[in-house]
Write a protein that binds this ligand. Sequence first.
Ligand code: SF4
Length: 278
Amino acid sequence: MEIIIAKHAGFCFGVRRAVDMAEKALEGGRRVYCLGSLIHNQQVIEKLEQRGLVTVKDPAEVPVGSLFLVRSHGIDPNIVKDIIAQNGEILDATCPFVRRAQMVAEKFHNDGFDVVICGDPEHAEVIGINAWASNSAKIIHDANEVSSMKFKGTVGILSQTTQKVELLQDIVAELLKKTKHLVIENTICLDSSTKQAEVSALAKEVDIVLVIGGRNSSNTGKLVQLSEAQKTPTKHIETASELQLEWFAGVKKVGIAAGASTAQFLIDEVVDKVESLC
Ligand code: SF4
């Protein structure tokens, strides 16, 4: 049986940078606080937490004067200001591509545009980006929502970095029916679009696709959707322990893709287990 691994499977630049920053900060022996998951991969977070990373759900849980690491998805700038006001030390692991989206949202808002974010309103990155636009943005996750919305003046649209470009295109097409003044900033990151194109191509040439990544990972979820769209049997797993022998009955080629937060050791473990099973 042949195993084909997507060329860009696993850690993207932004996640690699955030994990490196966390590991370096933890070398000093201090506890490092992070609001929400630094990255969307539980196995990697558990390893960092064993070394002293503390993931909190509320800024009030961050002790005064702490070392605080801003997650790769970015956060509300007012939270950072509050932590600095409490003598906190900030390490900013916001991915530079997310930072760009934050800056676009802030500029659109400061220019008086009606700000639209193409993305999941529940996703931490989108919540953070909206905060940079003073929480004024309309967040759209389905192009059909546009028809019932009202817009005024110039509309500025940007995207969650891991969204599918097709969704951005669909929303833009609907917005054009509503306004003649539309400014578009495509803030989808290159890593996301590369991984998405790869998984679509991979799904066409294999009998089953294994997509490795956190179940809370937006970009991993997109890879699963795109593989399934090719009508190829697709399994979303977090670790090798979830693999089942019956998935591989009659399978000649296995494709492996992995989300941007998936560490190499998790990919290696899946490859080893597939080889041993088959
Ligand atoms: S997927 Fe893109 S935007 Fe998100 S952390 Fe990775 S490089 Fe940054």
